[in-house]
Design a protein around this ligand. Structure first.
Ligand code: ADP
Length: 453
């Protein structure tokens, strides 16, 4: 999940917690307040009814009721029961109210009880040596309606607030991450070809400025290292090749010397052969190092892959005259543009030659088939042999420099060709796939983006 979305979510969750706590507080506070006010109204009525009941004078008693009706009105489902104090157990049971409720009222302070949406009060009244308990009950339907409305209001308010907070959180985090996204865009655009580029540092005196500055410092160090490596590779290439050429020239001269004993001639020949191998190895290693970091697009041109494969086949014919390499042109794309890539001809030829020569080598010159096709982005070259294959657990390592599979002891090699091929194809924004089965064969599939993609 993007950090941006994470921030928006955390922001929303925190706000949800706060708004929820506030809503619960408001709900309970309102509920307490409405219920207390209703109990109070019920108690007033209960008191009037109790005093009316204790009134000996019947006309005064009816005045009590009259005042109650005219000035207070009745509550929904309002009921009053006058009980002798103390009352017997049977009466208590009949009312199905807890016994403790009848013990509670002290002096003028009534007891309150709430059960099944109904509010109950019990009031102890004493007058002229007479003692009664007034048990009153009523249903606060208006209060219940108020609470239901409040609940709906709080729920809808909560949901709207959440949508609002999430949208604000998104906008807010997107605004905060704007400079970070710009840095990511800029860093993505920097590669081996334009290592001199630097990020724009806004003097904002914040973390983003520090981040850009840190990237720039790192790029400074990288550029120096690349420069040093570049110089080392070209110097080493020169320094290694010159003495090797001299040694192989001297060995050739030595072999041609007249009257040389057979043993010495053979020694010169061995020196010549080993130096040749060393030269090849040096060239491959230097190419590997160069393609690994140096993406310079010098000598890049339009390359027709079908023509390139033909020249690879010609080279293979010269090196291994009895090879059985065939090219299948039946699946060539009709559109020629899909066969043209932009790249370095010499490097691409080296890359495909490595694969084709390996296929001949590791199949002891069994048939090797090259097929060229294209999809909507890549020109695809499949090279299939019927050779020794690569053990399953080792396939992942064949592009690692100097790695050789465990079944290759019969064959000469250094483990440099495929890493070089891999680097060259990647340098051209392509990719290589390998499918192989031991004792059945191997298929290398290379994908190179065509020029007009
Ligand atoms: P090498 O000089 O050993 O051929 P490469 O870098 O060209 O070095 O290849 C690396 C390893 O990949 C080889 O040692 C071999 O184990 C394996 N490999 C490459 N191509 C094939 C193939 N066509 N068939 C079987 N194994 C292969």
């Amino acid at each position: 999940m993007k950090i941006q979305s994470k921030i928006a979510l955390i922001f929303t969750a925190l706000s949800a917690g706060i708004i929820l706590a506030l809503s619960i507080f408001v709900y309970f506070f309102a509920s307490e307040s409405i219920s207390a006010s209703f109990f109070h109204r019920l108690e007033v009525r209960s008191d009037i009814v109790g005093h009316a009941a204790l009134q000996q004078n019947k006309s005064l008693s009816s005045i009590y009721y009259d005042i109650k009706e005219r000035h207070l009105g009745s509550l929904p489902y309002e009921k009053h029961r006058i009980l002798p104090d103390p009352q017997d157990e049977a009466t208590r049971k009949r009312l199905s109210l807890p016994s403790s409720f009848f013990e509670k009222p002290q002096g003028d302070i009534p007891a309150r009880f709430f059960n099944h949406d109904t509010s109950y009060v019990v009031l102890r009244i004493a007058r002229n040596n007479q003692k009664i308990l007034v048990v009153s009950s009523a249903l606060d339907s208006y209060g219940m309606q108020e609470m239901a409305n409040l609940k709906n209001l709080l729920t809808i308010g909560f949901l709207i607030a959440m949508i609002f907070v999430f949208t604000l959180g998104k906008l807010f985090s997107s605004e905060i991450f704007k400079p970070i996204r710009r840095i990511i865009r800029n860093v993505k655009g920097i590669n081996a070809h334009n290592l001199h580029q630097r990020l724009v540092v806004d003097p904002t005196d914040d973390d983003v400025e520090a981040l850009s500055q840190t990237f720039n410092d790192m790029l400074d160090r990288l550029e120096v290292t690349f420069e040093m490596q570049n110089n080392f590779v070209s110097n080493a290439s020169h320094e290694f090749r010159t003495p090797l050429t001299v040694v192989s020239g001297e060995a050739e001269l030595g072999m041609a010397m007249p009257g040389l004993p057979e043993g010495a001639k053979e020694s010169f020949f061995n020196i010549y052969k080993e130096v040749e191998k060393l030269e090849h190895l040096t060239t491959s290693m230097l190419s590997l190092a160069q393609t690994g970091f140096d993406g310079k697009k010098e000598n890049w041109e339009e390359v027709r892959i079908d023509e390139l494969i033909l020249s690879v086949k010609e080279a293979a014919d010269r090196i291994i005259p009895d090879n059985k390499v065939t090219i299948d042109f039946n699946h060539l794309p009709e559109d020629e543009c899909k066969l043209t890539v932009f790249g370095n001809l010499a490097l691409l030829k080296a890359a495909f030659s490595n694969i084709v020569l390996n296929s001949c080598k590791y199949s002891d010159n069994q048939p090797v088939r090259i097929k060229i096709t294209a999809d909507d982005k890549y020109v695809i070259v499949e090279i299939t042999d019927q050779g020794i294959g690569i053990p399953d657990r080792e396939i992942g390592q064949i592009f690692v420099p100097f790695f050789r599979a465990s079944n290759t002891s019969r064959y000469k090699g250094y483990g440099i060709g495929l890493p070089l091929t891999h680097n060259i194809i990647r340098m051209h924004q392509g990719k290589v796939e390998v499918h192989s089965r031991v004792e059945e064969g191997t298929r290398f599939i290379t994908y190179l983006p065509f020029k007009y993609f």
